[in-house]
Design a binder for this molecule. Structure first.
Ligand code: G1P
Ligand code: ZN
Length: 546
């Protein structure tokens, strides 16, 4: 190691650098504190072994502070003996594209700058996530090591050098480290071409398939333009809000029915496109709405799995399916029909990594608008959209028809998530603690006339590395398969967020067309009473219903 241009800067630890479900996520103001980002980056390198001379990938979703952070990371990496860093042009890489690049390059790891779907700008959020050589989020033992290091860090190393030009493609040196600026899209686009039938999708567009994709002024703009318009021939203008902006135009780059309401309204209007879709700040989430039909993420996962062999990349079928625990059981029914294993993991994409690496699952997803496969080790928004396009092109049916047929065959899982955001942390923890204590009684006594099949605090045993994750959410499962799940968000940056997941299975096609909240009304009321939500959160109703 050792770098002639490097200096060591004395520093003191910050107490708040514990990475959450998706890396270290904080307000920009916090990240901008003197030594804050530097400490965290140095702590990453301090907790890794054997990376000297190796390659890393760096890029982010283009949000405010992305460019400054990239420059700092390059200089710290150079001072720590990294051999080469590959950066997306302009510092831009979507999260799945970063994952793909780490894998293609056989890199040691990567640093992804994003706060996902959280707002950006000087008063918004920023985030740093470390990904390992399989392209996926670092597992808990790595993030814990990083966190422990942040608690006793006393200095960081940095190279004194001019900023690197990250806008021009090509190579340069910083200290003794090579920096390669690559096209942010090319490698990802090539990967997508191996998975889906681009000719078939092109034909569908040529035959009049209509499509609107909202990049939400976030990272997927350049990817979506290149793929959908330039490569696949979607009508020019199909991709909207395609220029990544540091503050996402002042909006939440969160493709849900609140922040992408306009897309929902478009899909429900006369003359709606066949498919409306969107992705989030860093490009790993997806929103799928057909003409007149919103597809819940849980249903989307199940439908992609059920139709997987349509796409060339999955022609051989799926080895298994994984879903996070709060995600609806729709995928379970598909796994059962396909006679493959269904894995139920805690919330957070990192739990899928081992299953994918071991070849136990091919497709995985979460209720929070994330779906993906073994092609990368992150969820992948554009992948899901391309998958739907390929299915539409092959089946030549509407999204609505595909969803209805799926329900008729497998049953419908009515499903909704109620979020109580920015509530007081003490109350939130007290609610969970009190309910946890009551689980044994619920199990034995039921709730009124309702028979409780299971009431537990979800724990996961990783079948690959044998690790155990406890306290992953409280589940109350009724004898008829209905479910209420409670957990606290691990990604919020202000106060606490209580998530309540409500689900009911309906096998009878005649009962599958109720409005979702109406279909779940009794369970929703019960969910509030059971946990005394108003008492603990001072909220009579959730802030967001999805
Ligand atoms: C949320 C989602 C979770 C997802 C994560 C990162 O985490 O619920 O499924 O993996 O964002 O996108 P939460 O805030 O619930 O901890
Ligand atoms: Zn995201």
């Amino acid at each position: 190691m050792g770098n002639s241009h490097a200096t060591t800067i004395a520093t003191t630890p910050f107490a708040d650098q514990r990475p959450g479900t998706s890396g270290l996520r904080k307000k920009v103001e916090i990240f901008k504190q003197r030594h804050y980002l530097e400490n965290f980056i140095q702590s990453i390198f301090d907790s890794l072994e054997g990376y000297q001379g190796a390659s890393f990938v760096v890029g982010g979703d283009g949000r405010y502070y992305n460019r400054e952070a990239v420059q700092k990371i390059l200089k710290i990496a150079a001072a720590n003996g990294v051999g080469r860093i590959v950066v997306g042009q302009g510092g831009i890489l979507s999260t799945p594209a970063a994952s793909a690049l780490i894998r293609s390059l056989n890199a040691f790891g990567g640093i992804v700058l994003s706060a996902s779907h959280n707002p950006g700008g000087p008063h918004g959020d920023f985030g740093v996530k470390y990904n390992i050589s399989n392209g996926g989020p670092a597992p808990e033992k790595v993030t814990e090591a990083i966190y422990r290091r942040t608690l006793d860090i006393a200095s960081y190393r940095i190279v004194n050098a001019e900023d690197v030009d990250i806008d021009a493609l090509g190579e340069s040196m910083i200290g003794d480290m090579r920096v390669t600026v690559v096209d942010s899209v090319a490698n990802y686009k090539a990967l997508m071409q191996t998975l889906f039938d681009f000719d078939r999708i092109r034909d569908a567009f040529r035959s009049g398939l209509t499509f609107t994709f909202d990049a939400m002024s976030a990272v997927t703009g350049p990817y979506a333009r290149a793929l959908f318009e330039d490569e696949l021939g979607a009508q020019p203008g199909s991709v909207i809000n395609a220029t990544p902006l540091p503050d996402f135009g002042g909006r939440h780059p969160d493709p849900n029915l609140v922040h992408a309401r306009h897309l929902y309204d478009l899909a429900m209007s006369d003359g709606a496109p066949d498919l409306c879709a969107a992705s989030d700040g860093d490009g790993d989430r997806n929103l799928i709405i057909g003409r007149g039909r919103f597809v819940t993420p849980s249903d989307s996962l199940a439908i992609l799995a059920a139709n997987a062999t349509i796409a060339p990349g999955y022609r051989k079928g799926v080895a298994g399916i994984a879903r996070s625990m709060p995600t609806s059981g729709a995928a379970d029914r598909v796994a059962e029909k396909l006679s493959v294993q269904l894995y139920e993991t805690p919330t957070g994409w990192k739990y899928f990594g081992n299953l994918l690496d071991a070849g136990l699952v091919t497709i995985c997803g979460e209720e929070s608008a994330g779906a993906g496969s073994d092609h990368v080790r992150e969820k992948d928004g554009l992948w899901a959209v391309l998958f739907w396009l390929d299915i539409l092109a092959a089946r030549k049916e509407s999204v609505d028809a595909i969803v209805r047929r799926h329900w008729a065959r497998y049953g419908r899982n009515y499903y909704s998530r109620h979020d109580y955001e920015e509530i007081a942390s003490d109350g939130a923890h007290a609610l969970i603690e009190t309910l946890r204590q009551r689980l044994p009684a619920l199990r034995s006594q039921g709730i009124g006339a309702l028979e409780v099949a299971t009431a537990d605090d979800f724990a996961y045993h990783d079948p690959v590395d044998g690790s155990d994750s406890k306290h992953q959410g409280l589940r109350v499962i009724f004898a008829d398969g209905s479910r209420i799940v409670y957990r606290l968000s691990g990604t919020g940056t202000a106060g606490a967020t209580l998530r309540v997941y409500i689900e009911r299975y309906e096998p009878d096609p005649a009962q599958q067309y109720l409005e979702t909240q109406a279909a779940l009304a009794d369970l929703v009321t019960l969910s509030r009473e059971l946990a005394e939500i108003e008492r603990y959160t001072q909220r009579a109703a959730p802030s967001v219903i999805t």
